[in-house]
Design a binder for this molecule. Structure first.
Ligand SMILES: [Zn+2]
Length: 58
């Protein structure tokens, strides 16, 4: 099965393992059943995260 989950860039990683994505306006945990994350720019598929990454690199 192809990976269809949205992949966010991680912004905050909590001690309990919850990860808040870069695209969240306020920190919120990613639902790992539906979505995933990476802590580098490569592999990110979330449009909102990609937009933020692109601003920062300009
Ligand atoms: Zn995102």
């Amino acid at each position: 099965m192809r990976e269809k989950r949205k992949i966010h860039k991680a912004k905050y990683i909590a001690p309990n393992g919850d990860v808040s994505p870069l695209c969240a306006k306020t920190p919120k945990a990613i639902n790992m059943k539906l979505e995933s994350w990476v802590n580098q720019n490569e592999g990110v598929t979330c449009d909102k995260c990609l937009k933020i990454i692109n601003w920062k690199e300009q």
